[in-house]
Design a binder for this molecule. Structure first.
Ligand SMILES: [Fe+2]
Length: 427
């Protein structure tokens, strides 16, 4: 086996290994794999044709046969850039490849009888006077590939320079020896560059997709939050005029949760996920009021004992209302969290609350945080049945009810960060 045959054999083995990797790697789409296989088969065919043409087994009686092989190879090889663009995910490569192949084929076949690009004589294969035609087709293919890579990336990024730089340098490493030293090592260069770039670039595209997914997730989350607070607002007020109570309540909930975590109070439970859920779902605490009549909700003055009993139902039905409204819209963790807040925000630390009469730590932490926030805002707000009271007085009431109505540790956090609470209340 001569040096040339050896190079071609190495190319074919290398290409086979890379193709196995690409086809086996699940991160690539089916259409991309198909294009990569087309690229692989083309490189194999071209390398095989080169082997036949330059392999050292030349027989003058075969010159017509070898000319046909050479024309096909010279028409197919410049398509590698187009095939590779298909593997990167560029659309319409099929039509472009067929058109480009036909143009190449016509030019090479027309030039063949005149020996312009290549010819065979008694000594074997030679380059023609216009071998540059073939190289020009190659370069055009390279340009197509680069344009394809840029368009696949959607937005041109700094990192794309490095990818394109890699392709250009490696392909030049194939084209330059072919031009100046008449060494045909092009396929090795193409095989290496195609494989490396494909894997590298695909990773970049995957990263883009990942970033897009995160962005979309955020949009959906924001929409969900808006729906929840809009819904809560409607239930609370039976109109769409004000969301102030809800916005303030969310502020208190956030201040208490974040500061409790910082102060080491229930820090093992208060992770970022908990705080996010707390803030997002706090607006739903009174969702059960949907079953309470308008006349009762808007009644001026105190409720009678019977009316108060009816009002208390909003807590016991809160969980099932949450399930009815949010089921299918959100996941189970979300649902449980929202149910806890809606059902238990009127429980009291000493066990005298409703609907279950739970005591102390039995009451979910989310509902205990909600209770302080809800009562505090109710105290400082004007309602149809009562006037607002000054913030100082409301803070005093919260302090005095630590251990009876409220979780004493959370009241401590509330009082320690009273300034932030006041700022939120006065907003
Ligand atoms: Fe309530």
């Amino acid at each position: 086996m001569n040096f040339y045959s050896c190079l071609i054999l190495i190319t074919e083995l290398l290409m086979t290994a890379m193709t196995l990797h690409v086809v086996g790697y699940s991160g690539f789409k089916r259409v991309q794999k198909a294009w990569y296989i087309i690229t692989f088969v083309s490189i194999m065919l071209c390398a095989g044709a080169e082997f036949a043409i330059h392999g050292g087994y030349y027989d003058p009686s075969l010159s017509l046969f070898l000319t046909i092989i050479a024309v096909v190879q010279f028409s197919l090889a410049p398509l590698l850039g187009v095939f590779f663009s298909g593997a990167l995910g560029l659309h319409h490569c099929g039509k472009i490849a067929i058109g480009y192949f036909l143009i190449n084929l016509i030019v090479e076949a027309a030039a063949a009888p005149f020996g312009l690009v290549f010819y065979f004589d008694a000594a074997g294969y030679h380059r023609g006077e216009f071998f540059i035609i073939y190289e020009a087709f190659y370069v055009l293919s390279l340009v197509f590939l680069i344009v394809g890579m840029i368009s696949v990336g959607k937005k041109f990024k700094h990192r794309d320079f490095w990818t394109i730089g890699m392709v250009v340098v490696i392909l030049l490493a194939g084209i330059l020896p072919m031009t100046f030293f008449k060494l045909n090592v092009t396929y090795i260069a193409i095989a290496i560059s195609a494989s490396l770039c494909y894997i590298y670039y695909n990773d970049l595209v995957q990263q883009d997709i990942q970033a897009e997914l995160v962005e979309n997730q955020k949009t959906i989350s924001d929409m969900q939050a808006n729906i929840i607070s809009g819904l809560a607002n409607l239930i609370e007020n039976r109109d769409i005029e004000t969301g102030e109570h809800i916005a303030r309540t969310v502020d208190y909930v956030r201040i208490i949760s974040e500061n409790a975590k910082k102060d080491g109070v229930y820090a093992d439970m208060l992770d970022d996920e908990f705080i996010m859920l707390m803030c997002r779902l706090a607006p739903l605490h009174d969702i059960g009021k949907i079953v309470v009549s308008d006349s009762l909700l808007k009644k001026p003055g105190r409720l009678t004992p019977e009316e108060f009993e009816h009002m208390k139902v909003h807590a016991s039905v809160g969980g099932s209302v949450v399930r009815q409204v949010l089921n299918g819209v959100t996941d189970e963790e979300y649902l449980i969290f929202a149910c806890d807040i809606a059902t238990y925000h009127h429980e009291r630390w000493d066990g005298t609350g409703y609907p279950k009469g739970m005591k102390g730590d039995e009451i979910p932490l989310s509902a205990r945080i909600m209770a302080i926030s809800d009562v505090f805002d109710a105290l400082i707000s004007k309602r149809c049945y009562k006037a607002e009271i000054p913030i100082d007085e409301a803070v005093e009431i919260i302090r005095s009810e630590a251990g009876s109505h409220f979780d004493p540790k959370l009241v401590e956090v509330f009082l320690r960060h009273e300034d932030e609470i006041r700022a939120a209340a006065e907003k």
